[in-house]
Design a protein around this ligand. Structure first.
Ligand code: HEM
Length: 360
């Protein structure tokens, strides 16, 4: 099992009550709804995938709150929203990249902006980070934020909200983001090598998620982020030829889809859509693809081969797409709430997201 140096912890917002609680209990902050707020219903008869997690048993502080910037920087959310929209309008592919960047941030030392630090030997320089994009969007937002409310809004909070806004722009669900994350001062390349790259087995993935306080449902639901965005062919070409020394392609890959990929992937640096069927639409077709042996990454397709995860894939594929959207909002909130004590206690509010503050 992967062991992190420190157990992550999360604020106590959990399971299906989570979104209801967010809607009802925080009248104070009322962040913008972007006109696309997915109505999270509280219908107890609705299907639910929520289960308790490891974190339910951990002591957790209320470090995050919804009204966190309501006095110190009331425009924080609207600045983030405006800048994400501006960048995504110029280059729509950045929306998926921001979502992925947030995952890579939270999966190492919790959500502390450590992925954004740009120095020799930082997480950003790791192999697992090499195709990450969207750093300039966060730097741009931060520059504006420092003008509006200096040394107030953390880069980790900016990235968390930006990934939510990017999801909404892609047609995905809205969720309220609690704020108050601190920016960590430590970012180490080898820690980022722990982030899965697409060749891992399900046990490794489950253990990696558990080490971050997330459960097997979060694993399957968050993998649904691959309903949009692209991968480089280098991430999956090994499935096409002499897979695992068999002399053949990976048999869990549909043969027509494999032929398409062989034509498309002449070079490892080529891009290919993660969702072959509806690459531009945020929907549950990603899971239907897995049922049809059309998962691009080995880790995607493995979710449908393993008995621990395949029933969850079926549930998400067979229910209306809104069900996936709902679950995605729940699991994204849980991802965004991963906090590691050392990063938070020793943390700061960076003035530039790519480097720690010198001294002030
Ligand atoms: C099960 C764990 C995961 C694995 C093994 C995995 C693996 C990958 C790989 C290999 C790529 C393509 C990288 C490249 O070739 O350039 C990718 C792309 C992507 N991943 Fe994941 N991922 C995982 C979880 C997640 C999560 C939790 C999210 C977000 C919540 C996410 C969002 C994305 C997005 C949006 C892209 C496309 C990025 C773009 O178009 O720039 N992934 N992932």
């Amino acid at each position: 099992m992967i062991v992190t140096k420190e157990q992550p912890r999360m604020i106590k917002i959990k399971d299906r009550d989570q979104l209801r609680m967010i809607k009802n209990d925080d009248k104070e902050s009322e962040p913008e709804q972007n006109g696309q707020n997915y109505e999270q219903d509280g219908d107890d008869n609705a299907p639910s995938l929520d289960t308790p997690t490891l974190l339910d048993n951990l002591a957790s502080d209320d470090l995050l709150s919804f009204g966190y910037y309501s006095k110190s920087c009331p425009k924080a959310e609207s600045i983030i929203n405006k800048y994400v929209a501006k960048w995504v309008e110029e280059d729509r592919t950045l929306a998926a990249s921001l979502l992925r960047l947030h995952f890579h941030d939270c999966a190492v030392h919790g959500c502390d902006g450590s992925i954004l630090l740009n120095h020799e030997g930082s997480e950003r320089t790791a192999e697992a980070s090499k195709s990450l994009r969207g750093f300039e969007v966060i730097d741009d937002i931060k520059a504006e934020m420092e003008k509006e409310c200096p040394r107030t809004v953390s880069c980790a909070d900016i990235l968390t909200a930006a990934s939510r806004d990017a999801t909404v722009l892609l047609g995905g669900p809205y969720w309220d983001v609690p704020y108050g994350r601190k920016d960590g001062k430590v970012s180490v390349e080898k820690d980022a090598e722990l982030v899965p790259m697409g060749r891992e087995n399900i046990t490794t993935l489950i253990e990696f998620y558990q080490s971050n306080g997330l459960n097997v449902i979060d694993l399957v639901v968050l993998s649904g982020a691959h309903t949009i965005g692209r991968a480089t062919c280098g991430s999956m070409q090994f499935r096409l030829y002499n897979y695992a020394g068999t002399g053949r392609q990976d048999e869990s890959l549909d043969s027509r889809y494999a032929n398409f990929l062989k034509r498309k992937c002449r070079w490892a640096s080529e891009y290919v859509d993660l969702d072959a069927t509806t690459p531009q639409t945020f929907d549950n077709v990603y899971y239907k693809n897995l049922q049809a042996k059309m998962g691009l990454l080995l880790t995607d397709q493995s979710l449908y081969s393993d008995p621990r995860t395949s029933p969850i894939v079926d549930a998400l594929a067979d229910a209306p797409s809104e069900f996936f959207n709902h679950q995605f909002a729940v699991s994204m909130t849980r991802l965004g709430n991963i906090l590691v004590p050392a990063a938070q206690d020793g943390g700061e509010i960076r003035t530039k997201c790519y480097s720690v503050n010198s001294n002030y």
